[in-house]
Design a protein around this ligand. Structure first.
Ligand SMILES: [Zn+2]
Length: 180
């Protein structure tokens, strides 16, 4: 029971701020391989870890688990966004930037939560319609009007994080790692 409470308390801290979804400006595109289109060829699951966190195995496992191939995922530190432990930006259907707050213990949990959002983008369930407006399973959500705790894609991300965390821990145990 205690564990469940801790998890529920943690949830509101994980978020993908809407403004972050629009960071795909030309300077950043240039940084990942081209001034605009075309994006570089991506073959296999490429993880660029710009943090000291141990997340490569989790990201690779998750992509493999959901059958996501030819994808580039960069993980770096989140800078000074009060109230947030993580966020994800889709630059392209095959390019995602995840950011995780520095100096937290549950960085893999936060990373997994953001990977669930990647899964939502890839499946087409979640898409960006405009600044602060997303579509989730065909329903338009204005993020300025709908509070974090009432966003259905966050509800799904929360319970899917729990489900995938259990799967990841089982995978770790099956591979001889004693954890969780
Ligand atoms: Zn979220």
């Amino acid at each position: 029971m205690k564990k469940v409470l801790l998890i529920l308390l943690f949830f509101p801290l994980v978020e993908s701020p809407a403004h972050a979804l629009f960071e795909g400006d030309s300077a950043k595109r240039a940084a990942i391989g081209g001034p605009d289109y075309p994006y570089p060829e991506i073959s296999g699951v490429q993880v660029q870890n710009n943090t000291d966190y141990d997340i490569e195995e989790l990201v690779a496992w998750f992509c493999n688990r959901i059958g996501l191939r030819d994808v580039f995922i960069r993980v770096s530190y989140l800078r000074e966004v009060p109230g947030y432990d993580g966020m994800v930006v889709m630059h392209h259907p095959k390019i995602y930037f995840i950011r995780i707050r520095k100096d937290i213990n549950n960085y893999r949990w936060v990373c997994l939560h953001e990977l669930i959002h990647v899964k939502q983008y890839v499946s087409g369930d979640l898409s960006v319609l405009g600044r602060s407006v997303v579509s989730y399973k065909g329903k338009r959500i204005n993020l300025d009007e709908v509070d974090y705790k009432h966003r259905h894609y966050e509800h799904e991300a929360q319970w899917e994080t729990v489900a995938f965390w259990k799967k990841f821990m089982r995978y770790k145990r099956d591979n001889g790692d004693v954890e969780g």
